[in-house]
Design a protein around this ligand. Structure first.
Ligand code: ZN
Length: 246
């Protein structure tokens, strides 16, 4: 029995489809205003092609959604009927208005999320990567380590983030054969110097312990945070006896 409820949701990320195992339908990851929970709205009824979504990240939408009982992930909902944009959350004042939608869903590491996903309690969340993140091509994926002591894996997750795919495409058109190098320069370490990078990851329905990148978030780094970060890097170099990447 599907119970369809009118909701106000805030769009955090838009994701493209994956057509090979594990497959994924194009979707929107949003926060439900009433419950504060993250929802995966999939398949999202784009008005045009999914390369030209009618919705903006950080837009409030009013829509009707029902839990998708065929999807084992508890946060997956199907959308039905009209979708009405009702507002937008601005990035002003160092993300003062946006942070409250990210912080509650911050998890320690991908490893912690795998455990939650295996238990079917939560299959999405934000993680903070170490600054040696790398973006690799064909297919587009992120290689990173969690900024956490309880996960020492190097993850290489497929990117289904619509925005990153669009930027890769634009970079290809602009830089030709040099694009991959340019793209890595933009999305690598320089990004971390200015921004407090967070990755929104989601498990696949067909494979709950496998994750993909649903969105990349880069709020401005607060001055005290940059200071704390330098200490962290210095500590790592000391611990492993290896120099920092240039
Ligand atoms: Zn990890």
């Amino acid at each position: 029995m599907e119970i369809r409820t009118e909701r106000d949701v805030l769009v955090l990320a838009k994701t493209i489809a994956a057509n090979e195992f594990p497959v994924e339908r194009p979707g929107v990851i949003a926060q439900d205003r009433a419950s504060g929970a993250l929802l995966r709205l999939a398949p999202f009824p784009w008005k045009g092609a999914d390369t030209d979504p009618p919705v903006q990240r950080w837009a409030w939408l009013q829509l009707a959604a029902a839990r998708d009982e065929r999807d084992p992930r508890p946060e997956t909902y199907t959308v039905d009927g009209a979708i009405v944009p009702t507002g937008y959350v601005d990035a002003k004042e160092g993300w003062r208005l946006r942070w409250p939608f990210v912080r509650p869903h911050l998890r320690g590491s991908v490893r912690a999320l795998v455990e939650l996903s295996r238990a079917r309690s939560s299959t999405m969340g934000f993680v903070r990567p170490e600054p040696d993140l790398d973006i690799i091509q064909l297919p587009l994926r992120l290689r990173f380590r969690c900024a956490s002591d309880d996960c020492d894996a190097t993850h290489e997750l497929p990117v289904l983030d619509w925005e990153l795919h669009e930027m890769a495409r634009a970079s290809r058109e602009r830089h030709g054969q040099q694009w991959a190098t340019k793209f890595r320069e933009t999305w690598g370490r320089p990004l971390f110097e200015k921004y407090d990078v967070h990755i929104l990851v989601s498990a696949y329905a067909q494979s709950p312990t496998k994750f993909y990148v649903a969105g990349l978030f880069y709020p401005p780094r607060a001055p005290e945070d940059a200071h704390e970060h330098m200490h962290h890097v210095a500590h790592r170099e000391h611990a492993h006896g290896e120099p920092a990447a240039p």
